[in-house]
Write a protein that binds this ligand. Sequence first.
Ligand code: GDP
Length: 177
Amino acid sequence: QETVQEKIDYVFKVVVIGDSAVGKTQVLSRFTKNEFCFDSKSTIGVEFQTRTVIIKDKVIKAQIWDTAGQERYRAVTSAYYRGALGAMLVYDVTKRPTFDHVARWVEELRAHADNSIVIMLIGNKADLADLRAVPTEDAVEFAEDQGLFFSETSALSGDNVDGAFFRLLEEIYGVIC
Ligand code: GDP
């Protein structure tokens, strides 16, 4: 453990945002622990989780922050965004309003986060194909328009979760290194 820590080249802070219940906490625990917990939300108080990965031969510690339910009260503070190099902006592909609110979250990021923050739009719960309410093309168009990266994921099956985080971390690396 100690030897791993000594070798860390960079720490990248990433924030996870989006409406309540879109799967932010589950996406995060899939990436950091390879876990999906059907009965979660006992994690209140845990501010961030980490996973150390190799990007371009460098040891990168991803420090990923969860809102821990603050978004319910629209109380995500600027402290949350401070120093963030990347953002995972999550919506639920089965709940149209969570996608319609994405523009508001982008505004929030532009207002509170650093200008160079790398944003990855995530359509989560892609496993619920029969319940889909947001066509992939709508999100692709929005992402292109706003200069965001985009991926659909399932925290439940694990599909694309690692891929989305690695893509984000690689883009951050490209921006700052
Ligand atoms: P948060 O409020 O955005 O952090 O959302 P949670 O991570 O607590 O997830 C909200 C609900 O959606 C929980 O009941 C999860 O079990 C469920 N959920 C999260 N991700 C997925 C997914 O990829 N697929 C499915 N089917 N359910 C999910």
